[in-house]
Design a protein around this ligand. Structure first.
Ligand SMILES: Cc1cc2nc3c(=O)[nH]c(=O)nc-3n(C[C@H](O)[C@H](O)[C@H](O)COP(=O)(O)OP(=O)(O)OC[C@H]3O[C@@H](n4cnc5c(N)ncnc54)[C@H](O)[C@@H]3O)c2cc1C
Length: 503
């Protein structure tokens, strides 16, 4: 006789929650997702304003190439079928004052040559960096099972087949971007190299990993933007027979005899299941929905001390101009300002600029979305948000300043602006519930990279966490993998063979 389906409640329809839902259905569980927003995707989203689509997430999608292991996961989730990917020659351009630019080419031979041309005296440092990059580029991500299910034999196999990668990883993991940049004798490289990710303690191992994916053409941009991508996974989930309820914020995770048994929603309704997975924000899951009752010292210290990705301000402009003279760049240009400018209380000497001239689905013909994004202090916005009038005024002021600065770089631009849209850390917090508006969870600093975050909590059975708050470094592929991994762990617990299908 067929065993009755066990049930799983999933909190959150971001990429991790949708992924857990899809794999739960593939493995014969009844799944119900409760999502507080009215659409899927969480941070992986886009929105419309005056005929323009503002993309809120994907600049690059790791696993976009059929040659990478991860592509299989995107196929299983129905996310890549029929989707056009583009691969940029240049990831990012960092302009200097004298017309010189440091370009992060995605091809590593070209990047190496470019760095040597810029700084011939730094040959040895550049070659060391390129050697590291080549090693990282040789290895793909293993996807077959989560680290929690590795046997000693699995670990030994992994180590023996990846020894050079492990060595390179150990060599680079504790080197910060800032420390490495300080090795360059050339002042221009020393200044521009760390702007790859403007976090001084960012681990070089993470940078090399990212550049390796770009080099392997395994981190393309999916045409159509982030919400279309998330909606494809939502469709796959519904086709698999999953249930989802929007505008359904979970307030409390119900616990009986040390086991999670269900959830209580904001409308006071209660829902029960055999398992509960929270794919929502980590802080509110642990400290609000579970009232801080299932926390080890390690978890508490982590939430008190470890740095998170600072939240963002995003000023998006819809501009009646094609920008076809500007090279397409995955992660944009950073250009120096004539005079420093104060944006949201912080002085900026450069402006990071994203021109979406490579995706014509986001703007009407001949027009373009342009974005300026920068990190900003959460507390500043939190305080400002107490006065809706001042909050709105600050957003207007920011948009005015950005338009004026861009008009200097692209004369005539101010008159071509048709749409202005400002998102702040409070926007991210309101729509996704992420702690302090963080856009990617834990920062992969030299200390935090691959810190081991457990997907379970001490003293609480039948409960799992998935998503960026249990996967330091965050990102869309990691979220998808995290949802998949949790279902693998549940299958193992139920002595079921984990299976997947591709639509
Ligand atoms: C500007 C920006 C650029 C980015 N660029 C990239 C990129 O190029 N490549 C990349 O890989 N990643 C990128 N990321 C990061 C990536 O978007 C995230 O790491 C990833 O989407 C996180 O997915 P998640 O499912 O773990 O969490 P989330 O997306 O935060 O999903 C959590 C879901 O839970 C819901 N929720 C929260 N609380 C509750 C509750 N109480 N009840 C019910 N539902 C709840 C939320 O509404 C949300 O839908 C970017 C992010 C941003 C903001």
């Amino acid at each position: 006789m067929k065993r009755p389906e066990k049930s799983i409640i999933i909190i959150g329809a971001g990429i991790a929650g949708l992924s857990a839902g899809c794999y739960g259905r593939m493995n014969g569980y009844r799944t119900h997702i409760f999502e507080m927003h009215h659409r899927p995707g969480g941070l992986c989203t886009s929105w419309q304003n005056r005929g323009y689509t503002i993309d809120g997430c994907l600049h690059w999608l790791v696993g976009s190439s059929p040659a990478s292991n991860f592509y299989r996961i995107w196929q299983e989730l129905g996310a890549v079928q029929g989707r056009r990917m583009i691969y940029h020659e240049e990831f990012m351009r960092i302009e200097g004052r004298d017309g010189k630019s440091f370009i992060f080419y995605t091809d590593l031979d070209r990047l190496e040559q470019h760095m040597k041309d810029l700084a011939p005296g730094d040959r040895d440092v550049i070659e060391d960096f390129s050697r590291g990059l080549r090693i990282f580029a040789k290895y793909d991500m293993p996807i077959d099972k989560p680290p929690e299910l590795y046997s000693l034999l699995d670990l030994l196999k992994l180590l023996s087949t990846r020894l050079p990668l492990m060595r390179a990883f150990m060599k680079w993991k504790n080197v910060s971007l800032a420390d490495f940049a300080a090795r360059f004798r050339d002042p221009f490289l020393r200044e521009t190299f760390p702007l790859f990710w403007d976090v001084p303690d960012f681990s070089m191992a993470f940078m090399l990993m990212n550049l390796a994916w770009l080099h392997n053409r395994s981190a393309g941009y999916p045409i159509g933007g982030s919400l279309e991508f998330s909606k494809a996974i939502e469709r796959r989930y519904l086709d698999l027979g999953g249930e989802i309820r929007y505008r359904a914020p979970v307030q409390k995770i119900l616990v009986e005899n040390g086991r999670a048994t269900g959830v209580r929603l904001a409308d006071d309704s209660e829902h029960r299941a055999d398992y509960v997975i929270s794919a929502a924000d980590g802080h509110s899951t642990i400290f609000d929905m579970l009232e801080g009752k299932y926390v080890s010292e390690k978890i508490r210290t982590c939430y008190e001390k470890n740095p998170t990705f600072q939240p963002l301000v995003q000023v998006a402009l819809g501009i009646a101009r094609p920008f076809d003279e500007t090279p397409p760049l995955a992660a944009g240009t950073s250009f120096p300002l004539e005079q420093p400018v104060v944006l949201a209380e912080k002085e900026h000497r450069r402006l990071p600029l994203h021109i979406y001239n490579f995706d014509d689905t986001l703007a009407p013909p001949g027009k373009t979305i342009v974005k300026v994004m920068f990190e900003s202090d959460y507390q500043y916005w939190k305080k400002l948000g107490e006065s809706p009038e001042h909050y709105r005024a600050e957003k207007e002021r920011l948009a005015d300043t950005v338009v004026a600065l861009l008009d200097r770089r692209f004369p005539g631009l101010a008159a071509q602006v048709e749409m202005r849209d400002v998102a702040t850390p409070l926007t991210y917090e309101r729509y996704t519930g992420n702690w302090k508006g963080s856009y990617e969870g834990w920062l992969p600093t030299t200390k935090a990279l691959f810190m081991n975050m457990s997907k379970t909590l001490p003293g609480l059975g039948s409960f799992y966490m998935a998503g960026q708050w249990v996967e330091p470094g965050g990102g869309v592929p990691t979220a998808a993998m995290s949802g998949r991994n949790v279902i693998q762990i549940i299958c193992r617990k139920d002595k079921k063979r984990f299976v997947t299908t591709v639509p």
